[in-house]
Design a protein around this ligand. Structure first.
Ligand SMILES: [Zn+2]
Ligand SMILES: [Zn+2]
Length: 164
């Protein structure tokens, strides 16, 4: 067994043990990516990633969502708000676990979301930036009146399906 991989997994296990002790209501389960499932109340994590620091940060971020009891979202701007809040929570709790979250990493992650939301808001026909309707969550183009919907999963690409 690779010694570096072992050391990495030990560090992650250590942090998860501490998190489990502190937040006994949250369950943790190994997965291929980091995410929070509000329906199962499980934080999924991946301990076999290359970068141990960003793994710890991702784990604390998902715990942030869990502690804030974030549920599924329909609207893109709410998602962005939830991301900001989860990082703020992660920063707050990170001190208890002697983890220092890099501010640039947080901004990079938020930029990725902003970019993702921006792409979803572009009209697939004429590329005008449009607003999401708060009733049906579809986007409507002011310019050519196209209507499109976006996938609700944040793990998906900014997929746009033209409705009209
Ligand atoms: Zn998040
Ligand atoms: Zn358009």
């Amino acid at each position: 067994m690779d010694a570096i991989i072992t050391a990495r997994e030990t560090q992650m296990d250590d942090l998860i043990n501490k998190l489990e002790k502190k937040y006994s209501k949250i369950k943790f389960e190994e997965s291929d990516k980091f995410y929070w499932s509000p329906s199962k109340e499980i934080v999924y994590y991946n301990s076999s990633t290359k970068d141990i620091d960003s793994s710890k940060w991702a784990l604390l971020h998902e715990v942030g969502h869990a502690l804030l009891q974030h549920k599924g979202y329909d609207q893109d701007f709410i998602l962005l708000r939830m991301e900001v809040l989860a990082w703020e929570k992660a920063k707050k709790i990170s001190k208890k676990f002697s983890v220092k979250i890099d501010e640039d990493h947080i901004q990079d992650c938020l930029d990725t979301y902003r970019d993702w939301i921006y792409k979803r808001s572009l009209c697939p026909k004429c590329s005008t930036i449009s607003l999401q309707n708060n009733k049906d969550n579809k986007y409507r183009c002011f310019n050519c009146s196209s209507v499109w919907q976006v996938t609700s999963s944040k793990f998906c690409r900014p997929y746009r399906t033209l409705v009209k």
